[in-house]
Design a protein around this ligand. Sequence first.
Ligand code: SF4
Ligand code: SF4
Length: 91
Amino acid sequence: MADAGSSGSRMVMIFAQDACRGCLRCELACSFHNLGHHSFQPEASSTRVYRDNDTNRMTATVDTTCDMCEHEDHIMCIHACPFGARSIVHV
Ligand code: SF4
Ligand code: SF4
């Protein structure tokens, strides 16, 4: 889904389609990070979640504005997800 890192360490974000309920809290949390903790605006999110209404499958994207939550205590989109649909693996 997204990756970042340097000097041999790389973080890759994993999205579990079956766990996601489409609550969009991840988008709000990401916008909070991107807007300097001043407001919640989904349009400012680096990540998007979509539901295919024909198959009911969830998909997520992360665009190039994602900085893997630099300077935050947590990866915000992961921390905000109540269903454990996002995680990070180090490769
Ligand atoms: S890691 Fe941070 S900046 Fe990247 S999509 Fe998640 S919340 Fe947004
Ligand atoms: S917060 Fe979790 S369950 Fe909600 S839309 Fe985002 S990934 Fe899906």
